[in-house]
Design a protein around this ligand. Structure first.
Ligand code: PLP
Length: 459
């Protein structure tokens, strides 16, 4: 039964429109109002504590109370709260952040273009891809391929690459020029008896067939998350990116790594591209770039792209696009401080030291009768819930199996996310300790067994 709606909740219901929310249900139940945070924990306005098992939205790497990030913002607000990077202007934070980011960027990235969200970085990537191929005298080469269940933001163009039905249905997406290929999820999409390698070969063959069907002279780029996040936390099968990239190279199709979730240590390396042997032409990043403290993202490009953008901008008189808040000095100062903290505190070393424990505790869930697969890498993981483990059959949507686990976890003081396909996503702050990992999985185990009992009773 829902609790009575508080005055604060009533005001929210009256005036705030919430993304990814059932608006009718929201009027009945109201929002969970988060009021403060410390380390890996947040508190609601009733003073209930939660372990934030999703780091906000996969972003709060340094926890919810890092004083150095607050200080970096305050210092920059005092020095210069706003300036821009249009028309040959720059600021010290933009310059310092570009330099620092390029020190750690995946090879062979050489330049960073700053924006305010992952969606904007993806949108800029699309524009640059079209501008690039027009500059190369290839005006037909414009289609962009993403994977079904991939998540690449919500702009009209990026939302066309986000191939998840909820996010496209009745929004009149996808636009043409945006096409979709197979999901690289071995557990759900492999055939009986198929090895990971054979599955990867089949997906690479399908990609090649798609490119040939569309016409290689019309296909410009392929975009993928190294580990698919919001679509269900799917780690790629062995040899997948190696085989996919061989196809892309054959048909002169750009490889774009969407590192918005994986970037900055999530998979145990600085970039998911390193973990999975991806050699990208362009890379998007956001989220952990500023530990989520301020909105900032970057599109990073290699010289191969930059050289064409340079000649195009010369021809047209300027690179004809830009965002008022792209390269905002306060966001850049906070991002720079975040990168310094990663280095000084060896956050990557910490992730590597606790990840085996995280993955070990995660794997134990494989024994549950409602968990078809427990999977992950580094400090990201997921449980895929199923009704029948032998057939991989899922619960009907109305059973809301994933939502039930997330709600049971919340009631116990743990925030996790129910993703499409009854997948429970887990992506805690990178600073999480071994003891806090135990707390997270102990709470999740209670939530899963409670849901298991309810679902079995209902069956
Ligand atoms: C891989 C990936 N790309 C792009 C985006 C879009 O980022 P934003 O929500 O900042 O627009 C997200 C957001 O979760 C993401 O996970």
């Amino acid at each position: 039964m829902n609790k009575p709606i508080s005055e604060t909740q009533k005001k929210d219901i009256a005036h705030a429109l919430h993304p990814y929310t059932n608006l009718a249900a929201h009027e009945e139940q109201g929002p969970l109002v988060i009021s403060r945070g410390e380390g890996v924990y947040v508190w609601d306005d009733q003073d209930n504590r939660y372990l934030e098992g999703l780091g906000g939205l996969w972003c709060v790497s340094l926890g919810f109370s890092e004083p150095r990030l607050a200080q970096a913002a305050a210092d920059q607000f005092a020095a210069l709260p706003y300036s821009h990077t249009f028309a040959h202007r720059s600021t010290e934070p933009v310059i310092a952040l570009s330099e620092k980011l390029m020190e750690v960027a995946p090879k062979p990235m050489t330049k960073a273009f700053f924006l305010s969200s992952g969606s904007e970085a993806i949108d800029a990537m699309i524009r640059f891809t079209w501008y690039y191929n027009n500059g190369r005298g290839l005006p037909k080469k414009k289609k962009i391929i993403s994977r079904k269940r991939g998540y690449h933001g919500v702009t009209v163009a990026g939302g066309s690459l986000t191939a998840i039905p909820l996010m496209q249905n009745d929004f009149d997406l996808p636009l043409d020029r945006m096409i979709h290929t197979d999901t690289a999820g071995y557990y759900r999409y492999s055939e009986t008896g198929e090895t990971e390698e054979a599955f990867a070969t089949r997906l690479a063959d399908n990609l090649e067939q798609l490119i040939l069907k569309e016409g290689p002279d019309t296909v410009a780029a392929f975009v993928a998350e190294p580990v698919m996040g919001a679509g269900g936390v799917m780690t790629p099968p062995a040899t997948y990116f190696e085989k996919i990239q061989a196809v892309l190279r054959k048909y002169d199709v750009l490889m774009v790594a969407d590192e918005v979730i994986c970037g900055f240590g999530r998979t145990g390396n600085m970039w998911g591209s390193e973990t999975y042997g991806i050699q990208p032409d362009m890379v998007t990043c956001a989220k952990q770039l500023s530990s989520g403290y301020l909105p900032i993202s970057a599109l990073m490009i290699s010289d191969k792209i930059y050289d064409v953008l340079k000649s195009q901008s010369k021809k047209h008189g300027a690179l004809g696009m830009g965002y008022t808040y792209g390269g905002h000095p306060v966001s850049c100062a906070v991002a720079l401080e975040t990168l310094k903290i990663y280095e000084e505190r060896n956050i990557l070393g910490h992730v590597r030291s606790v990840a085996p424990h995280f993955q070990g505790r995660l794997a134990e869930f494989g024994a549950s009768p409602i968990v078809g697969e427990a999977r992950g890498v580094g400090l990201i993981g997921a449980l895929e819930l199923v009704m029948d483990k032998s057939t991989r059959d899922q619960y009907p949507p109305e059973a809301k199996a994933g939502a039930q686990v997330a709600a049971a976890a919340l009631a116990k003081g743990l925030i996790v996310r129910a993703l499409p396909g009854d997948v429970i996503g887990i992506c805690p702050p990178l600073i999480i300790t071994k003891a806090q990992i135990d707390e997270l999985f102990d709470l999740l185990a209670l939530a899963v067994s409670e849901t298991e009992n309810l679902l079995m009773k209902a069956a």
